[in-house]
Design a protein around this ligand. Sequence first.
Ligand code: NAG
Ligand code: NAG
Length: 349
Amino acid sequence: MVPKLLLLQKLQAAADRRYGVGSGRRYQLPHRHPSAAGRFTACFVACLLALAAVTTFALALTLHRPDPAAAYAASPRGGGGYAVVINTWKRYDLLRRSVAHYSGCAGVDVVYIVWSEPEEPTEDLRRSILNCSRWGGGAAAEVRLVINTEDSLNNRFIPIQGLTTDAVFSVDDDLIVPCSTLRFAFGVWQSAPSAMVGFVPRMHWLADPGSDTKEYRYGSWWSVWWTGTYSMVLSKASFFHRQYLDLYTNHMLPSIRDYVNENRNCEDIAMSFLVANVTGAPPVWVQGRIFEIGSSGISSLKGHGLQRSRCLNTFSAMYGHMPLVATTVKAVDSRTSWFCIVRLAYLCA
Ligand SMILES: *[C@@H]1O[C@H](CO)[C@@H](O)[C@H](O)[C@H]1NC(C)=O
Ligand SMILES: *[C@@H]1O[C@H](CO)[C@@H](O)[C@H](O)[C@H]1NC(C)=O
């Protein structure tokens, strides 16, 4: 406030000198405008100066940006970190790549691989993925296999023996989230540890908002993009508290797990319902680029939207109400928001 006032006073003094205005009208800006060309030049120069200043500042920031990873590295493993739980299905090449990636991210305590195939992993595969932990020069996280005898989509939410962190990052084997983005999302989760915090938002829409019948439609990425509204973040790339593993497996309605099992779909919607019913709050969507390294998931199959809508309606009938809560809040890493410099040009135009 004070510097602004000082600046105003200086400007006023300058204007007074130029326009010969008396001291009785101190805080009135002059009514006469300089010529349009003069104004444009002044503005242009001001914009250039501002741009140069911000660029320098951003550069300095990039060079001397304090690294939050240092804090995690200093604390013992399990203390302030999170576990990565990778759900995989017969895509060994992708699995190798994602294990190598996540085990090298700072803050990762252990990488768990949820294995649901009828055959146990071969000795070859075991060696190559468990050895990932040594790729990062010793600093990488430990990798562990969780072998399930039954093939079920519910497996990814079975509580893990020996899990020591509160935070779990659940991810599909074909999704790569850059370490820095992951670290930022973990920070968001720490501020809201009861919420699901993730990168893939989805929405439930009323099929006919005017009528009394509550029929829901699954809103894919496009509807979220268009409206900025979402009510779920999918468990194929999201943080949540480990307590939800226990709630999902041991306390959620068995009929929901059965439905997931039989239809081989919607375990992520079921988890979204569970968390929403516990918290009564929406999830948190984190802005950040994530990379898909394979493209044979079920979401590319025809009729996917229809199946997902049926899950919404079945689950909400089982709950007796719709627990999902919609929101438009999005978490953005403010270190990257200086790109909004473009707005400055608007101020001058
Ligand atoms: C890791 O690879 C090395 C050789 O590259 C091998 O000697 C070692 O046994 C492997 N470790 C595991 C746990 O498989
Ligand atoms: C939803 O939450 C309510 C209140 O916390 C609880 O009583 C109910 O059992 C939950 N519903 C399901 C299906 O878990």
